[in-house]
Design a protein around this ligand. Structure first.
Ligand code: ADP
Length: 400
């Protein structure tokens, strides 16, 4: 690698908060970003050198990105792998992670098969392309179960729990077509590991514990409040997953820590018993992940810097933690869309262990990710940090 006055240019499909934080991480390295986004003034606009307006899957926009960039990447799964491949060939601009990996991840059924066939632990699942196929699958899996749209779901949209045979038809109507169904995992906790594939090297960060409400991530606690051996197992499963992917970049690997209760019900239902603290993979994101925002202040190298280094083929940074960390999402707690205006951030700014990230979105919508706050403090226990983060939450409001 060689650093010059005109840094390399990374073209990013997507200019949301992830694009913005990529831009913030790229600047100190002398790396320039160009982002494409369907909106004219996305969150990344102030920190990138140019924004191209166009849909995430628009071939002409992706082609224009490839033309002006040294490497192409994406911060959203809606990027079109075919268009990325064509643009990459036309302009001799590499794409990372590999379009094939994006294609595999975009379809939850294909993704789960890929993991299962490689021996990675995943929940039991079946294809569900019709009501009849769904009913048959549920005879094997039992109730409750989770029906998932194969493509396009995010933040739990596209997931429908099925409690009993009476729910089957209405659940299927909600996923509109191609779907898969999974056993309902009575997990103890949701964990995630941020992993990064570089040029001939790979690294994983400390596993985080993700607290969800209404299927939306509220907080990430690092290190996850689980025994050391569970954290080690989570890391080793994450490494297995990274080995199955192609191309370079950061991946968010979402995991379930399967509970003890599950072990008991398994033996009574005739399924193979599971060990306590067993890890099962929920899904992979081929990009920096919300549950990795803690790495900005909490780790030696952030997930965003790692992604920039990785896609450029530069050496990866150290993943060690700087301290115990809790990240709390700042979600739009509005009842309907309205211009974004946050009050009460003074408390966050006055808190010595806290750092505020405000994404600059113009409109607040119910549960929209508007920003986040990270607390890092190695002198405090994680439970105390968690409580402090929730207390700060009481001060901010979109409603005044
Ligand atoms: P999305 O792709 O929309 O984020 P996920 O498949 O990750 O959807 O699911 C969102 C949330 O739904 C998970 O974080 C978890 O809380 C819950 N969930 C998903 N699959 C299962 C399952 N098989 N059993 C129990 N809960 C699940």
């Amino acid at each position: 690698m060689q650093l010059t006055a005109d840094g390399p240019v990374v073209g990013v499909v997507g200019g949301g908060q992830l694009g913005r934080m990529l831009g913030e991480a790229a600047a100190p390295l002398g790396v320039e970003l160009v982002a494409s986004d369907p909106t004219p003034d996305p969150p990344a606009a102030p920190v990138v050198s140019e924004t191209l307006q166009g849909a995430f899957d628009d071939a002409d926009t992706i082609d224009a990105l490839a033309e002006c960039a040294d490497v192409l990447t994406y911060e959203i799964e809606l990027a079109d792998p075919d268009a990325l491949e064509r643009a990459s060939e036309a302009h001799d601009t590499p794409v990372h992670p590999a379009p094939d990996t994006l294609r595999m991840i975009q379809d939850k059924l294909v993704q789960k098969r890929h993991l299962r066939d490689a021996g990675v632990p995943v929940p039991e699942f079946r294809p569900a392309g019709s009501v009849a196929e769904l009913r048959e699958a549920l005879e094997d899996l039992g109730y409750p179960a989770m029906l998932k749209a194969r493509k396009g779901g995010y933040d739990g949209r596209g997931n429908v729990p099925i409690e009993s045979p009476d729910d089957v038809e209405t659940a299927f109507e909600q996923v509109e077509g191609q779907a898969m169904v999974e056993e309902f995992v009575p997990f103890e906790r949701e964990l995630s590991v941020i992993g990064v594939r570089g040029d001939g090297e790979q690294r994983v960060f400390t596993p985080g514990e993700n607290v969800h409400e209404e299927e939306i991530l509220r907080e990430t606690v690092v290190p996850a409040r689980v025994p050391e051996d569970v954290r080690e197992r989570a890391k080793s499963v994450a490494r297995e997953v990274l080995d199955l992917l192609d191309g370079r970049g950061v991946f968010g690997i979402e995991l379930f820590e399967v509970s003890e209760a599950r072990s008991a019900s398994d033996s009574s239902s005739g399924r193979s018993p599971r060990e306590e603290g067993e890890i099962s993979v929920n899904e992979i994101a081929p990009r920096p992940h919300n549950s990795g925002h803690w790495t900005i202040e909490g780790a030696r190298t952030s997930q965003f810097e790692q992604h920039i280094r990785a896609v450029l083929g530069w050496p990866l940074g150290a993943t060690d933690r700087r301290g115990r960390t809790v990240t709390k999402n700042l979600l739009g707690d509005v009842s309907e869309p309205r211009p974004a205006a946050l009050d009460g951030a003074e408390a966050v700014l006055s808190e010595p262990s806290a750092n505020l990230h405000w994404y600059g979105k113009r409109e607040a919508r119910p549960l929209r990710k508007m920003g986040h706050v990270t607390l890092t403090d190695d002198r405090a226990e994680t439970d105390e940090l968690f409580a402090r983060a929730r207390e700060l939450r009481d001060d901010w409001t979109f409603d005044r």
